[in-house]
Design a protein around this ligand. Structure first.
Ligand code: GTP
Ligand code: MG
Length: 316
């Protein structure tokens, strides 16, 4: 990515009066200003709309959100840092690992390894670049209470990292309902830049939404709420250069004979959203199979990995 000279709102040459007003509204970073709503801001600050639009425009330009050529996009995509999963097979399937600026959805039945992979990524993101990490911290939004620090501890130890330090670099939040879940993600706008976060996990993204909007009759409303949540996560990914990984439990249906019985109900949540969908399936013993679903730029193939004592690895 091109070097960014503008790092803070001060660098945009905004007057201290406006700066202060922006701060009062919680807009403290260039990213937050770039994502602000001009109309609302103009009203709240009692500043003419064209002035606000110009400011927001400057923030967007500073972040490279203006027009770019396709070649620039290609180069940026190819150079995006990736987080290793711990399995070479799985990394290869993903084109090198879990990508920043992208939402990766892990979907599959219970026990398929979604939560284990999330745990592993919170450790691996902290590895230095040359070992497949980002040297950054992680956020774990837990909706089901299945996060285990003990597991993180043993995964860190297996990599020769200091377990306490690794755990100190994982920001954990157990969310109790979908409103809480969305509010927590909103707060990440402050936490991510402040704490040098490189990875945001939401395990699982669908649990609360399914419980609160059950059945077919609520399907449209549920999807609408989920889309808002996904949109939140997508702007985080794009504006703050973080990798976002969400999980989605999909039940197997033994009565489906044609096609893939696990995709049949529930399906993946990223239907129309950009991102990578990875289906996980149980295999023999500790082996799991991963498959990429509708990603034109990645090969249609499968990868086998294992859940071992040390964490996610290639099978023996
Ligand atoms: P749901 O959340 O129920 O949908 O499942 P999931 O896809 O999140 O499954 P999860 O990642 O929890 O995988 C569970 C599997 O991981 C278990 O069946 C175990 O095989 C394995 N596993 C979990 N903890 C450990 C551990 O401490 N050591 C080892 N070796 N394997 C573990
Ligand atoms: Mg799980």
């Amino acid at each position: 990515m091109a070097e960014r000279k503008i790092r803070s709102l001060e660098d945009l040459g905004i007057s201290s009066t406006i700066l202060k007003k922006l701060q009062e509204l919680g807009i403290t970073t260039v990213e937050a200003l770039a994502a602000a709503n001009a109309q609302e801001l103009s009203q709240n600050l009692a500043i003419p709309l064209p002035t606000i639009q110009k400011l927001i425009g400057q923030a967007r330009d500073a972040l490279g959100l203006g027009f770019r050529t396709a070649l620039e996009i290609k180069k940026e995509r190819l150079n995006l840092p990736k987080i290793t999963t711990g399995s070479r097979n799985l990394d290869t399937l993903l084109g090198g690992g879990v990508e920043v600026k992208t939402i990766t959805e892990l979907f599959g039945e219970f026990g398929s390894g979604k939560t284990q992979l999330c745990h592993q990524l919170t450790v691996n993101v902290q590895l230095p670049l040359e070992k497949g990490g980002l040297s950054k911290k992680a956020v774990y939004v837990d909706t089901e209470g299945t996060f285990r620090w003990e597991r993180v501890e043993s995964m860190a130890r297996a990599l020769g990292m200091d377990p306490d330090q690794v755990m100190e670099h994982i920001y954990y939040n157990r969310v109790v309902n979908s409103d809480h879940q969305m509010a927590v993600v909103e707060e990440l706008k402050d936490l991510i830049p402040r704490e040098n976060i490189g990875l945001v996990i939401v395990d699982s993204i669908t649990g609360h939404f399914r419980a609160e909007y059950p059945g077919r009759e609520n399907l449209a409303l549920r999807q609408q709420k989920l889309n808002r949540h996904l949109h939140q996560l997508m702007s985080l990914a794009e504006l703050y250069d973080v990798a976002v990984v969400v999980t989605n439990q999909v039940m197997a249906r033994p009565d489906v004979f044609y096609g893939d019985p696990t995709v049949a109900i529930g399906g993946h949540v990223l239907y129309h959203a950009p991102g990578i969908r990875v289906q996980l399936k149980k295999s023999r013993g500790n082996r799991r199979i991963a498959r990429i679903v509708d990603a034109p730029h990645l090969p249609e193939s499968e990868a086998v990995f294992a859940i071992t004592e040390a964490g996610i690895r290639d099978p023996e």
